[in-house]
Design a protein around this ligand. Sequence first.
Ligand code: 0L1
Ligand code: MG
Length: 267
Amino acid sequence: MSANLTLSREDIVRLTERVEGAQTRAYGIPKLTDEYPGMTMADGYAVQAELRRRFIAQGHRLVGWKAGLTSRAKMKQMGVDVPSIGFLTDRMARPENSAITLSDLVHPRVECEVAFVMKAELKGPGCTAADVLAATDYVLPALEIIDSRFSGFKFDLESVVADNGSSARFVGGGRPRYVDELDLSTLGVVLEKNGEIVAMGASAAVMGHPAEAIAMLVNILAEQGETLPAGSFVMSGGITEAIPVKAGDSMVARFQELGSVSIRFVP
Ligand code: 0L1
Ligand code: MG
């Protein structure tokens, strides 16, 4: 994605170091556009790509991708109107019902999502939801713990993309299912915090059908000269708004057809 790149290579490396420091040492930073008001989405994705390159060079393994800001509820909550993507590594994965350490995070919030595991590579441009379904091995319920590193949640889409779409932790669980056994657009989900319902929705909230979000992700990857490899774990985006958490909280997402997935938070 070189179109509309306005930052120099030196600026991209400098901003990547700033984001990497905030992510790995868990502190808030001002949104990047405060210093670079002309920053574009292409610049944001260039910082994200440099962050991915650095993590992989440090031994992190790329395991998949996430689509973000794919539902009206999320776009409204964050005041943006375009979806985004981010990468997922093995260091972000956590087992079902494990304890997430909050001192490693800045502004943790939880989202419930449908995750796809791919059995064939997908390439854009022009990837469709039908292509996604044909290339999907199975789907499963997931919780994403997002963590915007921008102080006071003051950000814009360019900064969020550079911060890898606020990616922090993710958990897959429940009951994996083949896509031809389900209507993926009508799955209901209830999100509970400490046993109380805090949000509910249906999977159609994600661009009408979660496979549409994965197709969008593949087409954004194509703009960056990348494909979605077979074996990838891909999250399609929060169905409801994100829910803030604190130490002692436990979250459960109960999905129709897909079972439930849970996580706990410790200091
Ligand atoms: O997963 C996502 O929807 C990305 C959200 C990015 C902004 C935020 O931190 O909420
Ligand atoms: Mg998400």
